[in-house]
Design a binder for this molecule. Structure first.
Ligand SMILES: NC(=O)c1ccc[n+]([C@@H]2O[C@H](COP(=O)([O-])OP(=O)(O)OC[C@H]3O[C@@H](n4cnc5c(N)ncnc54)[C@H](OP(=O)(O)O)[C@@H]3O)[C@@H](O)[C@H]2O)c1
Length: 310
């Protein structure tokens, strides 16, 4: 049965003071993918404000440099760095993971980067681009970093998901097809895979001191997420989200809180939304589906014998 971590307080906005970090994070190291913009930037800012060393990662070096400078300036924390990664390339993800092994530890891995409205094509790795950026790349990065997260335990992993998962479908015969799914279904499928992966990883990491939770930001205004959509669809979606969505900085603060606050030390395998534990997609209860997804994803991202830990 669903039992919230906190009782809903009608006197606050969706996210209130209760959902903000209160403890210092000095000595901790956080990796935030997609930290150069949007929700990820705000998350990185909150973590840096509380003293963590923060590594932001995404593709565009100019954006990364500028974001790093702004983060250092606004938080006064000089320990903010950037690294480049393209989740749409297995090679790039492997290089990034290797670079992270030069760090002393990773306390918080926040898989926030994602994209909507990408062109319907295969990547150089022969995978569907939307699936690779939002799911296969996230799986590979997380899988490669698990040994380090175990050494850093207690440590925490967040995997970004979205309510669009409810319109996704997992069909292993077609999940890398081109021309089969529309923008929303392919996004939903990638986010559904993220939710199933979250629960499966949690099951496989029990008693290791590494927690794994999914995070759904709901609708967030003021981000670049609709930038890849064609003009009219992008403008209409943006207008809708600008009216109904939550403040970017509130969501970033919430994500930092869920990822790093001791309040969530003992929460794992859950779907987090609005600063609380929410009922997850019904399919996460299907153990066979989760197991098949795990094995087929390992094949898709070509996990080598050397990389294998499970
Ligand atoms: N905004 C919303 O309403 C909303 C709702 C539900 C879920 N979400 C999810 O929240 C996450 C963050 O979204 P946002 O709204 O903050 O979007 P955003 O403003 O577009 O930021 C996306 C970030 O991800 C990076 N990124 C994009 N493609 C990448 C790739 N292939 N490899 C590595 N990094 C990549 C971007 O930098 P580069 O372009 O330089 O790589 C940027 O830093 C996404 O996963 C999104 O699906 C957002």
């Amino acid at each position: 049965m669903w039992s919230p971590v906190f009782e809903f307080d009608p006197s606050c906005d969706v996210v209130c003071e209760m959902c903000k970090l209160k403890t210092r994070l000095d000595g901790k190291i956080a990796v935030v993918t997609g930290g150069s913009a949007g929700i990820g930037y705000e998350t990185a800012k909150e973590l840096a404000k509380y003293g963590a060393k923060v590594i932001i990662a995404s593709r565009n070096e100019t954006k990364l440099k500028l974001a790093t400078e702004k983060l250092i300036y606004t938080t006064g924390n000089k320990d903010v760095n950037y690294k480049r990664v393209d989740l749409g390339s297995l090679k790039s993800v492997r290089r990034f993971a290797n670079e992270l092994y030069n760090e002393d530890r990773i306390d918080f891995l926040i898989n926030n980067a994602g994209a909507v409205g990408l062109s319907d094509r295969l990547t150089d790795d022969g995978l569907n681009l939307t699936m690779q950026v939002n799911y296969f790349g996230v799986f590979l990065l997380t899988y490669l970093l698990v040994p380090m997260m175990k050494l850093s335990s207690p440590s925490r992993i967040i995997i970004g998901t979205a309510s669009s998962m409810y319109i996704g479908e997992i069909d292993f015969h077609h999940w890398n097809d081109i021309g089969r799914y529309n923008v929303l279904t392919s996004l939903g499928t990638s986010k559904l895979a993220d939710s199933l992966f979250t629960v499966e990883l949690h099951e496989r990491l029990q008693n290791c001191g590494v927690s794994v939770n999914g995070f759904d930001p709901f609708l967030v205004r003021g981000t670049d997420i609709f930038g890849n959509l064609d003009t009219l669809t992008g403008e209409v979606s943006k207008l809708f989200v600008d009216i109904t969505g939550r403040e970017r900085k509130d969501v970033g603060a919430e994500l930092a809180y869920l990822a790093a606050s001791p309040d969530f030390d003992n929460v794992s395998g859950e779907y987090l939304k609005f600063c609380n534990v929410w009922p997850n997609h019904w399919l996460v209860k299907d153990k066979e589906l989760r197991k098949t997804l795990w094995e087929k994803t390992k094949d898709a991202v070509r996990i080598t014998a050397e990389e294998e830990w499970d």
